[in-house]
Each structure stands twice: as structure tokens, then as C-alpha cells.
Design a protein. Sequence first.
Length: 432
Amino acid sequence: MARRFSTRNVGFADTFADFLAEPRSTSHDISEVVRDILNDVRMRGGEAVREYTQKFDRLDVDPQTLASPKISLEDRAKDCSEEVRKAVDFAHDRIEAYHAAQRPADHQFEDGHGLTLGWRWTALDSVGVYVPGGRANYPSSVLMNMVPAKVAGVERIVMVAPSPDGELSPAVAYAAIRAGVKEYYPIGGAQAVGALAYGAGDMKPVDKIVGPGNAFVAEAKRQVFGKVGIDTIAGPSEVCVISDGTISAEWIAADLLSQAEHDPSSQSILISLDEAHLNEVADAIERQLETLATGETARQSWQSHGALVLVETAEEACALSNQIAPEHLELAVEKPDTLLGQIRHAGAVFLGAWAPEALGDYVTGSNHVLPTSGAARFSSGLGLFDFLKRMSVQSASPAGFNHLAGAAIALAQSEHLPAHERSVSIRLGKEE
């Protein structure tokens, strides 16, 4: 059974903080292993990638092309059912429309002193998308990472997805084709991250790497950051639900389990003012676990990391949610808009009875690549901005230059940077 908390209990704040701080994944140091793989790929390129792919995925790839005759996206996509194809198409178009609406405008303005200031947005040249492969069936991950890059105008989008024993999900293959992938390599693990960062064989390096992966992929992304950009280091999935009891306990239970089934390390938290409602949801979870195909995983998650929290006010519920800073937050209340203004930290918020988090995973159009483990306190989910850069632009008339020159010279002198000072003073005819 999940743990129970009440803000009325003495010591709640410390006890709940300790609960949130508990590790939710098996921790073992793989940094040296990953570092060795990355260095090997950097030094030996495609040959190293070939050896690791053979070792870990039992697949032969050409060290120059990094391709395998056993893997073809087009051939795999032929086995994708018509129903799934239609769902992928539907999701693709909604994701495309949502991210197209995020496009920022270039801007410039005059400050009244002879200065023109502004900024321009430009797309990255190249992006590498890591997609879990093999029997893993996550076409939604393909779309969520590739479609925003395409909408942003990234010219080169490279997809890597491991194909152990030559297997690749037909749905993943179809989603990749639908998203417009032109460059695909059947490689994975830290070696694939190294190839994207440093180049290997015919694969040229990319500017940024996005997409989920296992612990080795996450550590590899951490280590190549700086050489290339990355999206985030993702942790176990999580959901927080604030419920007032006006929505069916069965529905709330299903929403909590939709995250718990991801992984034993996932976390589901329910916050409510109604103790009877907490009890009803707890009972509903036990009933649903009995028939859930992923029940074993979900039960481990719920028992190890789940929580039922009794609060006294809606304001208290929102404050706790901000403390959690969850990946997903459901405001499962009668009037969710009245609480939204109090929410400051969450990856994505779902309002009301008819917006379960599962819709956001697939088809609302919003991105499901979101900050976890409290990172919503300082970061956002994946979006169009992750594939754009903002360049500042400025110009000055002679009058504008004169307006700025004195202060610039004084600051250069205070920082003991004489070349900076001269760069300004020389334009004033003061060459000494």
C-alpha cells in the first residue's frame, strides 16, 4: 500500500520532504564504463560502433555506413497496422500544429538615443534523436522529438534506434517515416550517443541530442554535453493529482496507475481535502491492479513510491504540488481554472475530468518530453525553442555611439581591459 500523509500531523513537513528525497532508481556508477565507450568511439569511429553494436545488440553494421542489411525502416513499416498508422498520422498532425503555434517572432526596436536593438531566431543545423528500439514500442517518442525539430526548420535530423537481433517496432519505423526522417542508423547505447556527438563512419556529428534512453544513454548524454547540446537527463516518470472528490475514484485510480505502470521507479501521488475520497481511490487502485496486464510493475511503483496526502485547503494542495514540481499534474477538481494560477512548478498541467495525463502522452499535441525529479522548478518540457537559437542584434548611429561611449570607457577601465577601452575611445579620436 502507498504511504499516507496528513498535513495535520506533527512533523509532516520533514517527513514528506524525506519521502520526496528518497532515491527512485537503482544507483550504480557507470560513468567510467560510459567514458571508455565514448573515448573509443571518438578515437576509432565506425569500427568501435560496429564492435559495440555486435557485442550489445548482436547486430552487424558496416563500420563506414553504420547500416545493416537486416534493418530497413520501409520494410519494418509495412508491418504496421492500418489502425496504428491512422493514430500516428493523427498524433503527428496535432503535435505539428501545437509546436508551429510556439514559433517566436524576430523583433527590433529603437531606444530613442540612436540605437537599434533586437533579436533573431534561427534553427539548429542538425539534431540527433535517440529512440528506444528493439521490442520497445514508442512511436509517440519518435513524434515528440522529431516533429518539433522539423517544424523549427532543422535541416538535418538523424535518428538512432537500436535493433537488437535485427528487431525494430513497425510502429516506430512508420512514425519515423511519417516524421520525415532521412538519416537513420540501427545503433544504440552510449556508442550511439558517441557517434552523434563525435561522428563515426559516414555519420557526421550533430549539434544537439534529444530523446530518452536507459541509464547508459543518459550518462553518455551527460558526458558529451558541452561538445553538443542535450535536451535533459530524464528520471523515472511521475504524476501528481489534486482531487476534490467530484471526479470518479475509479478514474483517478486509473490516472495514477497510468504512470505507475511505466516502471517500478515511477511515482504517483494523490492530494485531496477529502479523506473518504482518498480511501475510495486506494480501494479502486487495488481492484484495478488485479486485472491490469502491467499490474506487477504498477504495484511495485505504487507500494514503493506512491502516496496519499490529506490536506486542509486547496491552497495547501497547490503549495505541496509546487514543492513536488511534478512531471505531470492533474487538477482533477470541479473548477480547475481557480487553482491553475497557484501552480508555479509542473512539466505539464491537465485540467478537469476530461483531460487525463494519458491524452498528453499521445494526442493533445503538447510535448510529453518533460522535466522529472523536481526539475520543473527550473526547466520546461521539450518544445520548439529547444531547436532554435536567439541571436541578439544591435546597431548604433554616431549619436547612439556617443550616448554609450562614456559609460563603456569607464567600465572598461574599471575592469582593466585597455583594448576594450581603446576600441571605443579610438572612435572618439582619443588614440592614447
